[in-house]
Design a protein around this ligand. Structure first.
Ligand code: NAG
Ligand code: NAG
Ligand code: NAG
Ligand code: NAG
Length: 300
Protein backbone atom coordinates (compact mmCIF):
# COMPACT_ATOMS: atom_id res chain seq x y z
CA UNK A 1 0.00 0.00 0.00
CA UNK A 2 2.61 2.55 1.10
CA UNK A 3 4.31 1.94 -2.24
CA UNK A 4 1.53 3.77 -4.12
CA UNK A 5 1.61 6.96 -2.09
CA UNK A 6 4.88 8.56 -3.22
CA UNK A 7 3.76 9.22 -6.81
CA UNK A 8 0.30 10.79 -6.42
CA UNK A 9 1.30 12.99 -3.48
CA UNK A 10 4.22 14.51 -5.34
CA UNK A 11 2.14 15.03 -8.45
CA UNK A 12 -0.72 16.48 -6.49
CA UNK A 13 1.68 18.99 -4.92
CA UNK A 14 3.10 19.87 -8.30
CA UNK A 15 -0.41 20.31 -9.67
CA UNK A 16 -1.46 22.67 -6.88
CA UNK A 17 1.76 24.64 -7.12
CA UNK A 18 1.13 25.13 -10.85
CA UNK A 19 -2.45 26.25 -10.17
CA UNK A 20 -1.14 28.71 -7.58
CA UNK A 21 1.47 30.06 -9.97
CA UNK A 22 -1.12 30.43 -12.76
CA UNK A 23 -3.71 32.19 -10.61
CA UNK A 24 -1.02 34.56 -9.44
CA UNK A 25 -0.24 35.52 -13.03
CA UNK A 26 -3.92 35.86 -13.82
CA UNK A 27 -4.61 38.38 -11.05
CA UNK A 28 -2.17 40.77 -12.75
CA UNK A 29 -4.44 40.88 -15.80
CA UNK A 30 -7.39 42.75 -14.30
CA UNK A 31 -9.93 43.42 -17.09
CA UNK A 32 -12.48 42.68 -18.45
CA UNK A 33 -15.01 44.60 -16.36
CA UNK A 34 -18.68 44.88 -17.23
CA UNK A 35 -22.02 46.42 -16.47
CA UNK A 36 -24.95 44.38 -17.76
CA UNK A 37 -28.62 45.24 -17.54
CA UNK A 38 -30.98 42.66 -16.11
CA UNK A 39 -34.28 44.00 -17.45
CA UNK A 40 -35.73 41.62 -20.04
CA UNK A 41 -36.39 44.22 -22.78
CA UNK A 42 -38.63 43.65 -25.80
CA UNK A 43 -36.50 41.25 -27.84
CA UNK A 44 -37.23 37.60 -28.31
CA UNK A 45 -34.09 35.79 -27.22
CA UNK A 46 -33.30 34.22 -30.57
CA UNK A 47 -33.77 37.50 -32.42
CA UNK A 48 -31.62 39.27 -29.86
CA UNK A 49 -28.71 36.84 -30.23
CA UNK A 50 -28.83 37.34 -34.01
CA UNK A 51 -28.93 41.10 -33.84
CA UNK A 52 -26.16 41.23 -31.27
CA UNK A 53 -23.93 38.93 -33.31
CA UNK A 54 -24.48 41.17 -36.35
CA UNK A 55 -23.76 44.33 -34.40
CA UNK A 56 -20.62 42.94 -32.76
CA UNK A 57 -19.17 41.74 -36.03
CA UNK A 58 -19.78 45.12 -37.72
CA UNK A 59 -18.10 46.88 -34.80
CA UNK A 60 -15.14 44.47 -34.67
CA UNK A 61 -14.44 44.84 -38.36
CA UNK A 62 -14.65 48.64 -38.19
CA UNK A 63 -12.02 48.74 -35.45
CA UNK A 64 -9.30 48.22 -38.05
CA UNK A 65 -10.20 51.62 -39.53
CA UNK A 66 -11.11 53.82 -36.60
CA UNK A 67 -10.66 54.14 -32.83
CA UNK A 68 -14.28 55.15 -32.36
CA UNK A 69 -17.38 54.02 -34.19
CA UNK A 70 -21.08 53.84 -33.50
CA UNK A 71 -23.77 52.13 -35.50
CA UNK A 72 -27.10 50.37 -35.26
CA UNK A 73 -28.54 47.17 -36.70
CA UNK A 74 -32.18 46.25 -37.28
CA UNK A 75 -34.86 47.74 -39.52
CA UNK A 76 -37.86 47.68 -37.22
CA UNK A 77 -38.41 49.66 -34.05
CA UNK A 78 -38.60 46.49 -31.97
CA UNK A 79 -35.44 44.80 -33.21
CA UNK A 80 -32.92 47.61 -33.25
CA UNK A 81 -29.68 47.42 -31.38
CA UNK A 82 -27.30 50.37 -31.01
CA UNK A 83 -23.60 49.99 -30.31
CA UNK A 84 -20.25 51.69 -30.18
CA UNK A 85 -16.63 51.06 -29.27
CA UNK A 86 -13.82 53.32 -28.14
CA UNK A 87 -10.14 52.44 -28.27
CA UNK A 88 -8.24 54.38 -25.65
CA UNK A 89 -5.83 57.16 -26.51
CA UNK A 90 -3.73 56.83 -29.62
CA UNK A 91 -3.82 53.07 -29.67
CA UNK A 92 -2.45 51.64 -32.96
CA UNK A 93 -5.32 50.38 -35.12
CA UNK A 94 -4.06 46.80 -35.17
CA UNK A 95 -4.24 46.76 -31.37
CA UNK A 96 -7.60 48.51 -31.50
CA UNK A 97 -9.06 45.75 -33.62
CA UNK A 98 -7.55 43.04 -31.41
CA UNK A 99 -9.05 44.72 -28.37
CA UNK A 100 -12.53 45.24 -29.82
CA UNK A 101 -12.60 41.65 -31.07
CA UNK A 102 -11.69 40.49 -27.58
CA UNK A 103 -14.30 42.79 -26.04
CA UNK A 104 -16.98 41.43 -28.39
CA UNK A 105 -16.14 37.89 -27.37
CA UNK A 106 -16.08 38.78 -23.66
CA UNK A 107 -19.30 40.77 -23.61
CA UNK A 108 -21.22 37.77 -24.92
CA UNK A 109 -19.77 35.65 -22.13
CA UNK A 110 -20.13 38.27 -19.39
CA UNK A 111 -23.61 39.55 -20.29
CA UNK A 112 -25.20 36.55 -22.04
CA UNK A 113 -28.77 37.85 -22.32
CA UNK A 114 -28.44 41.54 -21.40
CA UNK A 115 -30.17 43.95 -23.75
CA UNK A 116 -27.91 46.75 -22.52
CA UNK A 117 -24.28 46.19 -21.67
CA UNK A 118 -20.82 47.68 -21.60
CA UNK A 119 -17.53 45.78 -21.37
CA UNK A 120 -14.24 47.42 -20.46
CA UNK A 121 -10.86 46.02 -21.48
CA UNK A 122 -7.32 47.27 -20.88
CA UNK A 123 -7.24 49.17 -24.18
CA UNK A 124 -10.84 49.68 -25.24
CA UNK A 125 -14.51 49.56 -24.36
CA UNK A 126 -17.56 48.19 -26.17
CA UNK A 127 -21.19 49.08 -25.51
CA UNK A 128 -24.59 48.18 -26.92
CA UNK A 129 -28.19 48.91 -26.03
CA UNK A 130 -31.73 48.37 -27.31
CA UNK A 131 -32.33 52.06 -26.65
CA UNK A 132 -30.67 54.88 -28.61
CA UNK A 133 -27.83 56.49 -26.65
CA UNK A 134 -25.63 58.24 -29.22
CA UNK A 135 -24.59 61.74 -28.21
CA UNK A 136 -25.81 61.47 -24.62
CA UNK A 137 -23.51 61.57 -21.63
CA UNK A 138 -23.99 58.74 -19.14
CA UNK A 139 -21.93 58.44 -15.97
CA UNK A 140 -24.31 56.17 -14.06
CA UNK A 141 -22.14 53.09 -14.38
CA UNK A 142 -18.76 54.72 -13.71
CA UNK A 143 -16.19 52.37 -12.30
CA UNK A 144 -13.16 53.89 -10.55
CA UNK A 145 -10.25 51.47 -10.07
CA UNK A 146 -6.84 52.00 -8.58
CA UNK A 147 -3.52 50.38 -7.92
CA UNK A 148 -3.49 50.50 -4.15
CA UNK A 149 0.28 50.65 -3.70
CA UNK A 150 1.11 53.95 -2.06
CA UNK A 151 3.65 56.60 -3.04
CA UNK A 152 6.40 58.06 -0.82
CA UNK A 153 4.89 61.56 -0.59
CA UNK A 154 1.10 61.31 -1.05
CA UNK A 155 0.40 65.04 -0.68
CA UNK A 156 2.89 66.11 -3.30
CA UNK A 157 1.74 63.29 -5.55
CA UNK A 158 -1.95 64.17 -5.21
CA UNK A 159 -1.14 67.75 -6.20
CA UNK A 160 0.70 66.57 -9.29
CA UNK A 161 -2.16 64.24 -10.25
CA UNK A 162 -4.72 67.00 -9.78
CA UNK A 163 -2.73 69.49 -11.84
CA UNK A 164 -2.04 67.09 -14.71
CA UNK A 165 -5.50 65.56 -14.88
CA UNK A 166 -7.35 68.89 -14.64
CA UNK A 167 -5.30 70.14 -17.54
CA UNK A 168 -5.92 66.98 -19.61
CA UNK A 169 -9.64 67.07 -18.84
CA UNK A 170 -10.05 70.62 -20.04
CA UNK A 171 -7.79 70.07 -23.03
CA UNK A 172 -9.67 66.94 -24.13
CA UNK A 173 -13.06 68.66 -23.93
CA UNK A 174 -12.25 72.07 -25.39
CA UNK A 175 -8.86 72.15 -27.07
CA UNK A 176 -8.32 68.81 -28.79
CA UNK A 177 -8.27 68.94 -32.57
CA UNK A 178 -11.01 66.43 -33.39
CA UNK A 179 -11.44 63.47 -31.16
CA UNK A 180 -11.98 64.67 -27.56
CA UNK A 181 -8.68 63.20 -26.45
CA UNK A 182 -5.71 64.49 -24.51
CA UNK A 183 -2.59 62.74 -23.23
CA UNK A 184 0.33 64.18 -21.35
CA UNK A 185 2.95 63.76 -18.68
CA UNK A 186 4.07 65.69 -15.69
CA UNK A 187 7.60 66.69 -14.77
CA UNK A 188 6.78 65.12 -11.41
CA UNK A 189 8.40 61.68 -11.43
CA UNK A 190 7.15 59.70 -14.42
CA UNK A 191 3.48 60.56 -14.21
CA UNK A 192 1.46 59.96 -17.40
CA UNK A 193 -2.21 60.72 -17.92
CA UNK A 194 -4.99 60.33 -20.46
CA UNK A 195 -8.43 61.92 -20.72
CA UNK A 196 -10.88 60.95 -23.45
CA UNK A 197 -14.57 60.97 -24.35
CA UNK A 198 -16.57 58.94 -26.81
CA UNK A 199 -16.33 61.01 -29.99
CA UNK A 200 -20.10 61.52 -30.28
CA UNK A 201 -20.27 63.88 -27.27
CA UNK A 202 -20.39 67.66 -27.41
CA UNK A 203 -17.46 69.46 -25.74
CA UNK A 204 -19.59 70.45 -22.77
CA UNK A 205 -20.96 66.90 -22.30
CA UNK A 206 -17.40 65.63 -22.56
CA UNK A 207 -16.30 68.12 -19.94
CA UNK A 208 -19.11 67.03 -17.57
CA UNK A 209 -18.19 63.38 -17.94
CA UNK A 210 -14.48 64.00 -17.35
CA UNK A 211 -15.03 66.41 -14.44
CA UNK A 212 -17.25 63.88 -12.75
CA UNK A 213 -14.66 61.15 -13.29
CA UNK A 214 -11.86 63.41 -12.07
CA UNK A 215 -13.77 64.14 -8.87
CA UNK A 216 -14.22 60.41 -8.36
CA UNK A 217 -10.47 59.94 -8.69
CA UNK A 218 -9.67 62.86 -6.40
CA UNK A 219 -12.00 61.55 -3.72
CA UNK A 220 -11.02 57.90 -3.86
CA UNK A 221 -7.50 57.44 -4.92
CA UNK A 222 -5.32 60.26 -6.15
CA UNK A 223 -2.75 59.38 -3.46
CA UNK A 224 -2.23 55.96 -5.03
CA UNK A 225 0.30 55.38 -7.75
CA UNK A 226 -2.20 54.61 -10.49
CA UNK A 227 -5.93 54.97 -11.10
CA UNK A 228 -8.49 54.91 -13.85
CA UNK A 229 -12.20 55.56 -14.25
CA UNK A 230 -14.13 53.45 -16.71
CA UNK A 231 -17.38 55.02 -17.86
CA UNK A 232 -19.95 54.65 -20.60
CA UNK A 233 -19.00 58.04 -22.05
CA UNK A 234 -15.39 58.82 -21.12
CA UNK A 235 -12.09 57.43 -19.84
CA UNK A 236 -9.58 58.88 -17.42
CA UNK A 237 -6.32 57.27 -16.31
CA UNK A 238 -2.96 58.08 -14.79
CA UNK A 239 0.01 55.87 -14.03
CA UNK A 240 3.68 56.18 -13.15
CA UNK A 241 4.52 54.45 -16.41
CA UNK A 242 3.66 54.63 -20.10
CA UNK A 243 0.40 52.70 -20.54
CA UNK A 244 -1.56 51.67 -23.66
CA UNK A 245 -2.84 54.64 -25.66
CA UNK A 246 -0.20 57.11 -24.44
CA UNK A 247 1.92 58.67 -27.15
CA UNK A 248 5.51 57.73 -26.80
CA UNK A 249 8.06 57.71 -29.58
CA UNK A 250 10.47 55.66 -27.55
CA UNK A 251 8.65 54.14 -24.60
CA UNK A 252 10.97 53.30 -21.71
CA UNK A 253 10.56 49.80 -20.24
CA UNK A 254 7.54 50.27 -18.02
CA UNK A 255 7.42 49.40 -14.35
CA UNK A 256 4.54 47.07 -15.13
CA UNK A 257 6.49 45.11 -17.73
CA UNK A 258 9.45 44.94 -15.37
CA UNK A 259 7.09 43.53 -12.76
CA UNK A 260 5.76 41.01 -15.28
CA UNK A 261 9.31 39.91 -16.04
CA UNK A 262 9.95 39.47 -12.32
CA UNK A 263 6.80 37.37 -11.99
CA UNK A 264 7.80 35.27 -14.99
CA UNK A 265 11.26 34.68 -13.52
CA UNK A 266 9.71 33.79 -10.16
CA UNK A 267 7.33 31.31 -11.77
CA UNK A 268 10.15 29.80 -13.83
CA UNK A 269 12.28 29.34 -10.70
CA UNK A 270 9.31 27.84 -8.88
CA UNK A 271 8.60 25.38 -11.67
CA UNK A 272 12.25 24.35 -12.08
CA UNK A 273 12.52 23.97 -8.30
CA UNK A 274 9.44 21.78 -8.22
CA UNK A 275 10.73 19.62 -11.05
CA UNK A 276 14.03 19.14 -9.21
CA UNK A 277 12.27 18.29 -5.94
CA UNK A 278 9.89 15.95 -7.75
CA UNK A 279 12.79 14.20 -9.45
CA UNK A 280 14.59 13.77 -6.12
CA UNK A 281 11.41 12.40 -4.52
CA UNK A 282 10.84 10.04 -7.41
CA UNK A 283 14.46 8.92 -7.27
CA UNK A 284 14.17 8.31 -3.51
CA UNK A 285 10.92 6.40 -3.83
CA UNK A 286 12.35 4.29 -6.64
CA UNK A 287 15.42 3.59 -4.48
CA UNK A 288 13.19 2.68 -1.56
CA UNK A 289 11.07 0.50 -3.76
CA UNK A 290 14.01 -1.39 -5.22
CA UNK A 291 15.45 -1.76 -1.72
CA UNK A 292 12.17 -3.27 -0.48
CA UNK A 293 11.88 -5.45 -3.53
CA UNK A 294 15.44 -6.66 -3.01
CA UNK A 295 14.76 -7.54 0.60
CA UNK A 296 11.53 -9.36 -0.19
CA UNK A 297 13.33 -11.13 -3.01
CA UNK A 298 15.88 -12.62 -0.68
CA UNK A 299 13.17 -13.56 1.80
CA UNK A 300 11.04 -15.55 -0.70
C1 NAG B 1 -40.81 47.93 -25.39
O1 NAG B 1 -42.14 47.89 -25.83
C2 NAG B 1 -42.97 48.83 -25.19
C3 NAG B 1 -44.41 48.60 -25.66
O2 NAG B 1 -44.43 48.31 -27.02
C4 NAG B 1 -42.49 50.25 -25.54
O3 NAG B 1 -43.29 51.20 -24.90
C5 NAG B 1 -41.04 50.40 -25.06
O4 NAG B 1 -40.54 51.65 -25.43
C6 NAG B 1 -40.19 49.30 -25.65
N1 NAG B 1 -38.86 49.36 -25.09
C7 NAG B 1 -37.78 49.41 -25.84
C8 NAG B 1 -36.47 49.44 -25.10
O5 NAG B 1 -37.78 49.41 -27.04
C1 NAG C 1 -24.32 49.09 -13.42
O1 NAG C 1 -24.80 50.38 -13.72
C2 NAG C 1 -25.91 50.77 -12.97
C3 NAG C 1 -26.36 52.10 -13.48
O2 NAG C 1 -26.49 52.09 -14.86
C4 NAG C 1 -25.56 50.81 -11.51
O3 NAG C 1 -26.68 51.18 -10.73
C5 NAG C 1 -25.06 49.45 -11.07
O4 NAG C 1 -24.58 49.51 -9.75
C6 NAG C 1 -23.93 48.98 -11.98
N1 NAG C 1 -23.62 47.61 -11.66
C7 NAG C 1 -22.39 47.21 -11.37
C8 NAG C 1 -22.22 45.77 -11.07
O5 NAG C 1 -21.44 47.97 -11.33
C1 NAG D 1 -4.32 46.34 -1.63
O1 NAG D 1 -5.16 45.32 -2.15
C2 NAG D 1 -4.79 44.01 -1.77
C3 NAG D 1 -5.63 43.01 -2.54
O2 NAG D 1 -6.88 43.51 -2.85
C4 NAG D 1 -4.95 43.91 -0.26
O3 NAG D 1 -4.59 42.61 0.15
C5 NAG D 1 -4.08 44.93 0.42
O4 NAG D 1 -4.28 44.91 1.81
C6 NAG D 1 -4.38 46.35 -0.11
N1 NAG D 1 -3.41 47.29 0.43
C7 NAG D 1 -3.75 48.50 0.85
C8 NAG D 1 -2.62 49.38 1.29
O5 NAG D 1 -4.92 48.88 0.87
C1 NAG E 1 -2.08 72.36 -20.10
O1 NAG E 1 -0.66 72.28 -20.05
C2 NAG E 1 -0.03 72.69 -21.26
C3 NAG E 1 1.45 72.37 -21.14
O2 NAG E 1 1.93 72.67 -19.88
C4 NAG E 1 -0.30 74.19 -21.44
O3 NAG E 1 0.32 74.64 -22.63
C5 NAG E 1 -1.82 74.39 -21.55
O4 NAG E 1 -2.12 75.75 -21.65
C6 NAG E 1 -2.53 73.80 -20.35
N1 NAG E 1 -3.96 73.83 -20.63
C7 NAG E 1 -4.87 74.10 -19.71
C8 NAG E 1 -6.28 74.12 -20.16
O5 NAG E 1 -4.58 74.32 -18.54
Amino acid sequence: MSRGIGFPVTYRCLFFACILALTHVRTLADPPYKNCSTSPGNFSDAKFQNQRNDLLSVLSSYASKSRFYSTKVGDNVDDQLYGNFLCFGNLPLTECQECVTLAARNIKKLCPMSKQAIGWEEKCQLRYSDEPFFGTMDNTANLPLWNNRSVPDPELFTDAVKKLMSNLTETAAYHSATNLLSTGHSSFEDLHGLAQCTADLSPSNCNSCLQFALNQILSCCSSFRGARVYSKSCYLRYELYVFPGIDSDNPPPSKKSRRNVLVAVFVAILVVGLIVITSICLYCSVLRKTKHQGKYGTLT
